[in-house]
Design a protein around this ligand. Sequence first.
Ligand code: SF4
Length: 310
Amino acid sequence: MQVRASIGTLSQLGIRKIAMLAEPTTVYILQYAANGCLANCKFCPQSSINNASKEYVSRIPWPVISLNDLINRIKEQKSFTRICIQSVVKPGFEKEILEIILKIRQHKIRLPISIALTPVESSILYAYKENGVDYIGIGLDAATPEIFHKIGKPYSWNRYMKFIDEAVKIFGKRKVVIHLIFGLGEKIEDFINTMKILYDKGCEIALFAFTPVKGTHLYNLPQPKILEYRIVQIARFLLSRNAREIPDIEFLLQALLTSGCPGCNRPFYNETPSKMYNYPSNELLKKDRAKLINELSNALKMINLEKLLR
Ligand code: SF4
């Protein structure tokens, strides 16, 4: 079976060589679809509606590799803490994911597994759980039903909400991680409000900064302003801790680390060394400490966050 793996994963496994400022702590695998994904998401190079290279998701190349070769290398590498399998929509994709999970387990790889999914039947979720999947990622991506519609997400907003509830019921609270992209044209207030709703449902949130990719319908949309992104990072950090008051700014620096499943750091998925949205490591965070403290205080001056979070 052929799959894709992120270039950072392949580099960490010694299959490709790239210079890395931060190592991925998760093995990132993406399903392979010869004709692209059947969902019509306008921002995603994997979608068959976009004329973009299918080697990419966001800024990152994902070369094709045989699953067997990949698994043999994972067995030898001890630095990873998790495996993430990202799905595409194609006939039989749910079953193929199960085959990938079973193959990984047959080789006695015991790392916890996350699956990033679009809505599927509950029986599929149970089958994944029975085979050692502990976290489910859901690419809701849009923070409002209007943006959801505008960017061409598959199914409906309501279908996603039902699927999210079902996934929380099956996997448990904070084990369902909703991927949300900031910078698709939504208001900060609406974005924070949806995060509140999702935390109330028992989810966790993985924040992404919109990244235009060549050949996609949204290529001309700019990336979000850094201070606005800092605001949603602070809001997510507080909601995740069920806190409503702004803590000491040194502590708040932790809000800028990549959010998601335990062990997921997605190095440079949306960022370049000169424009860091999510920080993949504490080392890089410390290096930019002075600049970031300044950004955080300026971001907090822009909005009454405590009032918004109430
Ligand atoms: S948060 Fe990270 S590990 Fe979890 S599903 Fe999303 S990309 Fe995968």
